[in-house]
Design a protein around this ligand. Structure first.
Ligand code: ZN
Length: 204
């Protein structure tokens, strides 16, 4: 068995190199996972490889909202109980899932699959904005809630969308920013506090 500098056989090193590229993993955790997969029951390691293969071959994006799905439409678009008049616009599927878990929204979503990022050459044609406008023409939408992230790119995207929607008979809102639950006003950054102040709400 040939070895190289770090002592692992090249085949193992190949896997470590690939795993180390995954989000949140570095060389060390990659090596630990590789060692685990090498020593775990064979079915377990092969099950992971097969699950990745299946996911990549069967999962695609929803024809309407671009959420991930294994059918033509995702479960939210296919659900007749959801309010079709409301669309919540998010950057990615993980954002959708987080909002969904809050239980605060019962409409439909639109996943942009990114944000406008001029510095990285990501323009309106690179994310799902055209498809979003098409939905507004085809579906009876009365309200759009823009839930892109409070980053420079997320803000720019929200403003861009709001501008595009001007003149349509649609209510447009942006999710509120604020002090996180369990947070402490004196430790919240200046920009967030400024936004929280501007977005203040009266007691019902
Ligand atoms: Zn969908």
């Amino acid at each position: 068995m040939s070895m190289n500098a770090n002592g692992y056989p090249p085949i193992v090193n190949n896997l470590i190199r690939r795993l180390a590229k995954l989000p949140g993993l570095g060389e060390k955790s990659a090596a630990r996972i590789a060692m685990y997969l090498l020593q775990a029951p064979r079915e377990e390691a092969e099950g992971i490889a097969e699950a990745i293969r299946q996911m990549r071959s069967k999962v695609r994006t929803c024809a309407r909202c671009f959420n991930f799905t294994d059918s033509e439409l995702c479960s939210f678009c296919a659900d007749p109980a959801r309010d079709t008049g409301q669309i919540c616009v998010v950057e990615g599927t993980a954002d959708l899932m987080a909002i969904e878990q809050s239980g605060a929204f019962r409409g439909r979503y639109h996943v942009l699959q990114g944000v406008l990022a001029p510095l990285d050459a990501v323009g309106p044609g690179d994310i799902r904005i055209r498809e979003f406008l098409k939905r507004l023409d085809e579906e009876n939408v009365r309200e759009v809630i823009i839930a892109t992230n409070p980053s420079n790119e997320g803000e720019a995207t929200a403003h861009y969308l709001a501008k595009l929607l001007k003149g349509r008979d649609i209510r447009i809102s942006r999710i509120a920013y604020g002090v996180p639950m369990g947070g402490d006003v004196k430790y919240v950054d200046r920009v967030t506090l400024e936004r929280a102040m501007k977005g203040r709400q009266s007691f019902d």
